[in-house]
Write a protein that binds this ligand. Structure first.
Ligand code: M6R
Length: 607
């Protein structure tokens, strides 16, 4: 997830663009850059403040231009990889949000036509491609449209050409683009945030639409260059609301982004017919992975719980022994490691000190280290030997929600990858791939129950203690659900393996101690039902997360939230959603500081 912003008007473009980027900063902060066709480009590593400083030393002039905030996907967050990217002659400049899947093929073909690539990004290929087509067509709009037809993947982009400095072309395919229509000025952006300061009249582009703006005009085309008539809408949101896409908190916005996040984590990584996972980040260690005999997964907090789910998946489907350890404990044991051991670190930020120290310790002992990391170019991404990026986009809320869902998805991909290197059958591989692809739609079904979940959360808002129970794949979900409630609402919540209830926690249960029972219809359903009975017999209120069609559970639970049926190993992606929403609405009902809970920080860089 990156932020793009473009301006064509009569004002000082640098002020408009930089001001707009500041409001888009939640979309990325790895690097920032602007290009004004009348005077050139300035780029920096880091967030907008760094760009402002550099622009004060290297001022740019002009009344139109394009700007970008990067959330790195291809290539480290360096200045050379910062957008805007350009062609050989520095005449065509592009800002882009998305992933170009066929960039390697295009890059090789364009190199043969003399294009010199300077960055590691997929975006640079777009600038060269447009330039190549411009040389043949000598028509800016047609050259952009032709180039878009040659791209595979996702984009929300804006293009500027030095020879037509007042004109900017925007386009959308799978990544949001909105036009802002002002008085003598027009805008293109990733969302309405930077536009709302100037105008409330907007047009949202659909996939396959191309917009051409100048200070006094705007036109929209399809990819055949046929004109499309679209009416402007009037936005009522404030700029602050727009940053959160109208949601009151980042936590809710990020929960609602779940289906899109799963699509992004999976994009281009499944070959369904062969039942295979294609993981570019593991290519360099692919052969070594065939010999691996043991995996140690390390993470902290939510990432640790994702690791526990990974343990069940990898042992069941890849047949490899797995241990999971919290980062803060790993190096105080004497872990037995050899060159057939992998240490797999799971981390959203890629900066968690405890996880990082575990990686360093494992490396010292000769393990191959891998990462499942969301932040490209982070310390963990750099220090591990290879890995899988989540592509979940920046997570702003301190409570990890969408990153957790992406971590489970990435672990499923890793399981498929290793499983198919070993004994996993084609049929099983295909089944996992198909079930993964079906997840986003199922997640949408769970999310559509958010108002009902809100009512349940409000009903229980007066309670001080909660128990979360689950078994097998949903045992770690009990811990993660409880963690969510604790950190955003400060209520006391405990996660337990349901089978452990009778070994102690059952003593706490009475009519004031509700239990969240994660009980989808899976291989441990009957056992879960017995555990719920035990709670009911002690008058404990039960909220059950169950599978659609399970009417029996209504006899045992006061409240039931249903999820669609799914492959057992993937049910955690669905069962966690009601628990995230419950924690959110529970905390909201109690007036808590949801996005920034007391005493906590998003990135924990101390041991
Ligand atoms: O950035 P990381 O994934 O390494 O962070 C690990 C934990 O600090 C993090 O998951 C934390 O537990 C969250 N606040 C949970 O919501």
């Amino acid at each position: 997830m990156c932020g793009i912003f473009a301006y064509a008007g009569g004002k000082d473009a640098v002020s408009v663009l930089v001001d707009g980027l500041s409001s888009l900063e939640y979309r990325g902060y790895d690097s920032a850059g602007v290009f004004l066709p009348k005077s050139g480009a300035v780029k920096t590593v880091g967030a907008v403040d760094n760009l402002k400083k550099k622009l004060s030393q290297q001022p740019l002039e002009g009344t139109s231009g394009i700007a970008h905030l990067r959330w790195a996907t291809h290539g480290e967050p360096t200045e050379i990889n910062a957008h805007p990217h350009h062609d050989n002659n520095k005449e065509v400049w592009v800002v882009h949000n998305g992933i170009i899947e066929n960039y390697k093929e295009l890059r090789e073909a364009l190199k043969k036509h003399g294009c010199n690539f300077v960055s590691d990004t997929d975006t640079e290929v777009i600038a060269h491609l447009i330039s190549y087509n411009l040389a043949k067509l000598n028509d800016f709009e047609k050259a952009v449209t032709k180039s878009l037809n040659e791209l595979k993947g996702t984009y929300g982009l804006a293009v500027s050409w030095k020879k037509e400095p007042e004109k900017i072309i925007g386009a959308r395919m799978g990544a949001p683009v909105v036009l802002g229509l002002g008085d003598g000025e027009n805008f293109i952006a990733s969302d309405t945030t930077p536009i709302l300061r100037h105008t409330k009249n907007v047009i949202y582009l659909h996939d396959g639409e191309v917009a051409v703006i100048t200070p006094s005009s705007h036109n929209i085309y399809n990819l055949n260059h046929d004109i499309i008539n679209k009416q402007a809408e009037v936005i009522e949101w404030s700029a602050e609301q727009a940053q959160k896409s109208g949601y009151e908190h980042f936590m809710l916005k990020e929960i609602m982004e779940g289906p899109e996040v799963v699509r992004n984590t999976l994009r281009g990584r499944l070959i369904v017919d062969s039942g295979l996972a294609k993981l570019g980040g593991l290519e360099s260690v692919k052969e070594k992975l065939k010999e691996i005999e043991r995996i140690i997964i390390v993470g902290c907090g939510t990432a640790f719980y994702a690791g526990l789910i990974g343990e069940y998946m990898l042992e069941e489907y890849a047949g490899i022994p797995v241990e999971v350890e919290v980062g803060s404990e790993f190096r105080y044991r004497k872990p037995i490691i050899n060159d057939k051991t992998i240490l797999l670190a799971v981390s959203q930020s890629g900066e968690t000190a405890d996880t990082l120290e575990a990686i360093r310790e494992a490396k010292r002992k000769g393990a191959l280290t891998l990462g499942i990391v969301n932040t490209v170019g982070s310390t963990i991404a750099r220090e591990t030997d290879a890995g899988i990026y989540n592509h979940a986009g920046p997570e702003i809320g301190v409570a990890s929600t969408k990153a957790f869902i992406s971590q489970i998805t990435a672990l499923a991909l890793f399981t498929l990858f290793l499983g198919r290197q070993r004994q996993m059958s084609l049929v099983t591989g295909k089944r996992i791939a198909e079930e993964l692809l079906a997840l986003p739609q199922k997640m949408e079904k769970v999310l559509s129950q958010k108002e009902a979940i809100k009512k349940i959360a409000e009903k229980y808002a007066g309670h001080k203690d909660f128990l979360y129970i689950g078994r097998k794949y949903n045992y770690p979900i009990a811990y993660e659900g409880a963690l969510k409630l604790k950190e955003v609402s400060y209520a006391h919540a405990e996660g337990y393996g349901a089978g452990e209830m009778k070994h102690g926690p059952l003593a706490m249960i009475d009519e004031n101690f509700p239990t969240m029972a994660i009980s989808p219809q899976d291989s441990v359903y009957e056992k879960m039902a017995s555990n719920i009975q035990e709670i009911k017999a002690r008058k404990g209120p039960v909220i059950a997360i169950a599978t659609e069609g399970d009417e029996e559970i209504k006899q045992l639970a006061q409240d039931v939230i249903y999820i669609p049926k799914a492959l057992e190993m993937l049910t955690p992606v669905l069962t966690i959603i009601p628990l995230q929403l419950f924690a959110y609405y529970f905390a909201k009902a109690r007036g808590c500081s949801i996005d920034r809970p007391r005493n906590l920080a998003k990135s924990v860089t101390v041991e």
